[in-house]
Design a protein around this ligand. Structure first.
Ligand code: ZN
Ligand code: ZN
Ligand code: FE
Length: 758
């Protein structure tokens, strides 16, 4: 029987080879009709034998292009028209306003095969791409997604490329960034004083120089990388010194999966993450006998590894026997360099050579970082390969701009039921990062065609993101959001939960409604509303933010709380971390209540314990003390938790720290191993919050626990607490697609603003 079906497909279905796929499929099945880009996605009409029509939709469901994300596929039968051929129709007007822009995608297998095929006209051409792969978000400056709105606008297609571009049966049909060695971008190798190296192939030359120990600055997809040989301790040390990066682990790029397995253990789930089209950095457990230099990730059992994702990476690493350190090209917290001149200017004192090219990057984007935890993935940094794909929300929302937090900042824009979380922007206190912040907000508003009616921002009065919000037009409604409320709502938004739920928000710093610094909180969250039902008791943070970088200050605060003025009788082993003078100043700050804000932060408690155990007295990167505390932990047996207790004050439980700290200190005095103490401490926190949830459940009847906040990047804590709660029959939710750290705050802010508005 002859049948005609009309179908509307929404999702990421434009600019990723969906129409040629449909076209070829229809031809193969001898169906007539058309495919067309519209404002909602793609409209398809097919006509033919009804069996073939069903086969057609079956194949769309199962064999569609790897980059396509189909959010809905509706269809209805309509009257056959007797049409005889299938065609790709011109885009409907306004087609692009509502469609999604694809993230940047790793070079596909077909392009890769062509790259290494001497008979192919793009043999060894470092910018080979097609509708299934290549740059997208990083090269778009405006919509619609057409070549003139991308940085490929600088290059005019040669006749051969143009033929492919216009041929609906070709893999490069309407592939906006398509190019070849005749017409497209080229690489060049420069010395730090901007002289061109003319001897030979710039790629082969770069490989040779890196093998000799040079630091090369390589222009990639979303910015420059600084690259060094991962077995050359001296070169990596030099890079650390020049980049002002003391101990924070570097990620490496390895040629292929086989090579990754030599460096780290790779599970099935981790393999999927490593080879996914997003090609993120995956945090893996290091093999103890790997060949990497110590300086890659000092004192760290984990290793961040990624596979090559651009054709240039493949050419560079093709024959490499070693991995390369590939780290964002910046100095400490600045944004990653994207422009040739900027890179040469800012990094001329770090890199010896610059492998540059002439394809402009419009939007910078760092590598994403992900890990596999139990059955879930955990995004530590959501950037390249993921942004700007939306997070789908349960309900339609007004147009909202959520401004994020301060560290690890991201912003979020909403449209309908889509929330667009930006790439990692960084620490806004840095002037260049703040410029990048403003640029990204404007850029996203333009390419997503969103004009916010509401601005949501963190309650912290001194965050630059809050100030930015308050500086915007007075006509726009502005909604301040409490930081930990946002953490919990971020996780709820991912899981389409309305509330009420028990929310455990564990992090370092967040401004509380009482003006204190929160971070060890149990909240009951119900959409727009939250209630603080439990928290760690307040402790002074002598020196304010300085206590974050110098964990010994927190240790001193806890010791003073535990022993008062008897603190001077403590054995000297507690004291060798700092000099007498500094300690006295710090102590008098606590005693006089001078520059010592109060905090209920669990992150600070981890810092303090790390310092008491003398594992980390100075944090050279955010979260280092807690990470080191987790890493030294023994887990060979069941450890008995320390005693803990809470007191009820009005409608809130105050978790007392005295007995926990006493337990830790007694163990230190009894010369227990640091690894044992760390294990007992972790066990204590898990038991404590599991018991607390049981108490809260009996008070409120709530059975769902939502966990978010940067402290949950501690895998032992996250999985331990999840298991404990599930054993007590709670339903537990953690973040998977959005970071649990402050990189996820903007999504929570947007969700809360939407809930307040509805
Ligand atoms: Zn391709
Ligand atoms: Zn060409
Ligand atoms: Fe936070």
């Amino acid at each position: 029987m002859r049948q005609r079906v009309k179908s509307v497909v929404t999702g990421i279905v434009q600019g990723i080879g969906f129409r040629p796929f449909v076209f070829n499929l229809a031809r193969e099945l001898e169906l007539s009709g058309f495919v067309q880009n519209t404002s909602n996605g793609v409209t398809i009409e097919v006509e033919g034998e009804s069996e073939r029509v069903s086969m057609f939709f079956e194949r769309i469901r199962h064999n569609r292009p790897s980059m396509a994300v189909v959010t809905s596929l509706d269809w209805e039968s309509i009257t056959p028209s007797g049409e005889t051929r299938f065609q790709i129709r011109k885009s409907a007007s306004g087609a692009e306003r509502n469609t999604l822009i694809s993230p940047d995608i790793a070079v596909c297998d077909e392009c890769l095969a062509e790259l290494f095929n001497p008979a192919n006209r793009r043999y060894r051409y470092p910018f080979i791409n097609c509708t299934n792969c290549g740059p997208r978000y990083t090269i778009i400056n405006d919509i619609p997604y057409d070549r003139p709105h991308t940085s490929m606008h600088d290059f005019q297609m040669c006749p051969q490329c143009l033929d492919e571009y216009n041929d609906p049966t070709n893999r490069r049909f309407h592939a906006q960034p398509t190019a070849c060695a005749v017409c497209g971008p080229q690489v060049r190798l420069l010395t730090a004083d901007r002289k061109m190296r003319r001897d030979g192939d710039p790629i082969a030359e770069t490989i040779r120089l890196i093998e000799q120990g040079a630091i090369a600055c390589i222009k990639g997809l979303g910015g420059f990388h600084l690259a060094v040989h991962a077995e050359n301790n001296h070169a990596i040390k030099r890079l650390r010194h020049l980049k002002h990066r003391e101990e924070k682990p570097f990620a490496v790029m390895a040629r292929d999966v086989e090579h990754v397995r030599k460096l780290a253990c790779v599970s099935e789930d981790e393999l999927k993450l490593l080879t996914s089209p997003a090609r993120p950095i995956v945090l893996l457990t290091r093999k103890s006998a790997d060949s990497l230099a110590d300086q890659v990730a000092p004192r760290n059992p984990y290793l961040g590894v990624m596979l090559p994702y651009t054709p240039l990476h493949h050419l560079l690493l093709q024959h490499e026997q070693s991995a390369w350190v590939m780290t964002s090209a910046n100095i400490s917290d600045e944004p990653i360099a994207i422009d040739n001149d900027d890179a040469l200017h800012r990094l001329g004192k770090i890199a010896d050579y610059f492998l540059v090219h002439d394809l402009r990057i419009y939007e910078r984007i760092d590598d994403s970082i992900v890990r596999s935890v139990g059955d879930n993935q955990q995004l530590v940094r959501r950037s390249r390969g993921y942004v700007p794909a939306p997070i789908l929300m349960q309900q339609s929302m007004p147009a909202i701009l959520a401004c994020g937090a301060e560290l690890k900042n991201t912003v979020c824009l909403t449209k309908g039921n889509r929330a667009f979380l930006s790439q990692h922007i960084g620490d806004l206190k840095n002037r260049e990062s703040y410029q990048f912040y403003q640029h990204t907000i404007n850029h996203l508003q333009r390419i997503l065609d969103i004009h916010p009616e509401i601005i949501a921002y963190d309650m912290h009065p001194n965050y630059l993101s809050s100030r930015y919000a308050l500086e915007q037009d007075i006509g726009i409604r502005k909604i301040p959001v409490q930081h930990h409320h946002a953490h919990i709502m971020s996780c709820m938004a991912e899981h389409h939960l309305d509330g009420p739920v028990i929310g455990l928000a564990f992090d370092g710093t967040g401004y509380g409604t009482d003006g204190n610094i929160w971070g060890g909180e149990a909240l009951v969250v119900d959409g727009a509303k939250f209630e603080r039902v439990a928290h760690l008791e307040y402790m002074p943070m002598p020196g304010g933010d300085l206590a974050i970088r110098e964990p010994w200050r927190m240790a001193l605060s806890y010791l003073y709380y535990s022993f008062g003025n008897d603190i001077f009788d403590m054995p000297s082993s507690f004291w060798n971390c700092t000099d007498e003078q500094q300690r006295r100043i710090c102590l008098s700050m606590i005693q006089k209540n001078f520059n010592s804000p109060l905090t209920s932060s669990l992150g600070r408690l981890f810092d303090g314990v790390a310092s008491l155990l003398r594992i980390c007295q100075h944090a050279s990167y955010e979260g280092q003390p807690a990470i080191m505390l987790e890493m030294i932990m023994e887990n060979s047996e069941k450890y008995i938790p320390y005693k803990f207790e809470w007191k009820r004050k009005e409608d809130c439980y105050i978790i007392q720290l005295r007995s926990i700290l006493n337990g830790v200190i007694q163990d230190i005095l009894a010369r227990q191993k640091a690894g044992t103490i760390s294990a007992r401490f972790h066990e204590t926190i898990i038991h404590l919050f599991c018991e607390l949830c049981i108490q809260l459940k009996s008070d409120t009847g709530l059975n769902r626990v939502v966990m978010s906040g940067g402290v949950f990047q501690n895998v032992c804590l996250a999985t331990g607490l999840r298991d404990a709660l599930e054993q007590r029959e709670f339903t537990v939710f953690t973040q998977q697609y959005v970071p649990s750290n402050d990189g996820g705050i903007a999504l929570g802010q947007a969700a809360i603003a939407a809930a307040i508005e509805s």
